[in-house]
Write a protein that binds this ligand. Sequence first.
Ligand SMILES: Cc1cc2nc3c(=O)[nH]c(=O)nc-3n(C[C@H](O)[C@H](O)[C@H](O)COP(=O)(O)O)c2cc1C
Ligand SMILES: CCCCC(=O)C(=O)O
Length: 367
Amino acid sequence: MAKISSIQDLQEAAKAKLSKGVYDYYSYGAMDMITVADNSNAYNRYQIRPRVLRDVSKIDTGVEVFGKKYAYPIFVAATALQKLADVEGEVASARATTKNNLVYSLSSISTSSIEEVADGVSTPNLWFQLSVFKDKHYNLSLIRRAEKAGYKAILVTVDMPYSGRRLPEFRQPLTVPEHLTLKNLTSLGSKEGSSEYNKDSVYKRVVDNINSAFTWEDLKWLKQQTKLPMLAKGILNPRDAELVVLNGLDGIIVSNHGGRQLDGVSSTIDALPNIVDAVGGKIPVFVDGGIRRGTDVFKALAFGAQAVFVGRPNLYGLAYGGQKGVELMLNLLFKEFELAMALAGCSSLKDINRSYIQQTPQLTCKL
Ligand SMILES: Cc1cc2nc3c(=O)[nH]c(=O)nc-3n(C[C@H](O)[C@H](O)[C@H](O)COP(=O)(O)O)c2cc1C
Ligand SMILES: CCCCC(=O)C(=O)O
């Protein structure tokens, strides 16, 4: 294959390496995958309006989040089961990400434990993604483990009261190979005195234990149990964004779970501006879903995102080349984003605002 020059190339290279079952698990979304496609396509409905003749000889991509400075506003989203892509799995992804001074989010449903990932990195820029299970003591124990291991924030996933219908999994339930375990969840749902479970049903056990009765009241309670910043991941409606603020949380991730939950919801870049307006600067707003190019990052920031998260690109980089593959993925995005900033006439993130973008106009003039 020719030199990997884009996230698209990386996806193709990963597809060639992974088994069909794993590739489908990573790349698929719910039902007809209208939202998966729209997450990316929607970026093309916005155009950048560059400014010229500005000094762009130096580009500062640094961003501050919860009082800490990061190198780029490009973070890594929580994705499950990373050892299906690489023997080192989450540890390799976390090393690549934190080495570049970015945030790595660890999934609850990971094949490396909270502690292994923390021990495996030298800069602990780690956030922990909490899937909310029925047993609230179990949820609290996961938070306590993350606190103890030095994680810096908790992301509570709020868009998954049930798993969305992904057709490959619906036809053939995902099986996790014998040698892999869900390291954080070994005793989830097990009867007292027994931590044994059937390997074939690892994933089903997660799905069966998700708390579909979780409400705003419960989220408020959870927030009060930790001093770490807590963010709600999976907000699409501005009314919910207001409730996140009202309930005292510290941040929002505008997300549709990469189009894997409800198909036919709004793309995240389309949802972002109204949410930013509803929040009115009280807490930071982040976005994920379909971000594959530096210009996508630029557009998300122009709409008011503090930083973006990428999910599948991490998995594709990991499948292609382990830690080095994730570094390659990040470097592609860094360079594309820097160039987008420079060519748009912005030398630091504070220059980027809505005046730099417009909706692609419907042509009304005579040609
Ligand atoms: C294979 C896969 C597994 C995922 N696992 C989780 C998870 O365990 N918890 C979670 O909150 N989100 C999970 N997500 C959603 C991501 O955090 C993120 O919202 C999404 O991938 C962003 O879209 P993108 O992949 O287009 O960048 C997963 C996504 C994928 C593709
Ligand atoms: C039960 C699903 C857990 C992982 C996940 O969030 C995803 O695959 O999207």
